[in-house]
Design a protein around this ligand. Structure first.
Ligand code: 5GP
Length: 137
C-alpha cells in the first residue's frame, strides 16, 4: 500500500504536531507514546517514509535498531527498568494503528502490559520520564 504522508508520525516528523522528544538525529526520532502501556513507553521511528518493517529499506532498519538499543539502554538507566519489552506491529492485522513503521520500547513485563493505545497518559508525568531518559542518553 502507498505510504500515507498525512499519518500522525509523518506530521510529527514535519513538526506539524507536537511530541515529547527524547532523541533525534538525521535519520531517527524517539519520542514518548501518548497512550503509554507502562511508565516510560517510548517510540523509535526512522525518518524514512515506510508503513511497516517489511517496507523499510534494510540500511534504515539496521540504523534504527542501533538507536532502539541506545534508547533502551537510556530507559534502563533512567528508570531503573528491570526489563524492557521491544514491540513492533507490522500491519493492521497485527494491531498497528499508525501507518509509519515504529518500535515500541516498554519498560514492563509482557505479562503486565497495559492495553494497547487505549488511554491517554498524564502528559506532565510523561514529560518527567522523558527528561530522565534524555539525561541518560
Ligand atoms: P501501533 O498501534 O501503530 O503499533 O502504535 C501506535 C502508537 O502510537 C500507540 O502506542 C499510540 O498510543 C501512539 N500514538 C498514537 N497517536 C499518537 C500521537 O499523536 N502522539 C504520540 N506521541 N503517540 C501516539
Amino acid at each position: 500500500m502507498a505510504y500515507d504522508d498525512q499519518n500522525i508520525f509523518a506530521r510529527i516528523l514535519r513538526g506539524e504536531l507536537p511530541a515529547i522528544k527524547v532523541y533525534e538525529d538525521d535519520h531517527v526520532l524517539a519520542f514518548m507514546d501518548i497512550m503509554p502501556q507502562a511508565d516510560g513507553h517510548t517510540l523509535v521511528i526512522p525518518k524514512t517514509p515506510a508503513e511497516t518493517l517489511l517496507d523499510l529499506p534494510a540500511d534504515a532498519a539496521a540504523y534504527t535498531i542501533q538507536i532502539v538499543q541506545k534508547v533502551a539502554q537510556a530507559i534502563e538507566k533512567a528508570l531503573d527498568a528491570k526489563g524492557i519489552v521491544l514491540m513492533q506491529l507490522s500491519g493492521t492485522a497485527a494491531g498497528q494503528t499508525v501507518p509509519h513503521v515504529h518500535f515500541h520500547l516498554i519498560p514492563s513485563s509482557i505479562h503486565e502490559l497495559g492495553r494497547h493505545a487505549a488511554q491517554m497518559g498524564n502528559q506532565e508525568k510523561i514529560a518527567g520520564f522523558a527528561e530522565k531518559i534524555k539525561a541518560a542518553l
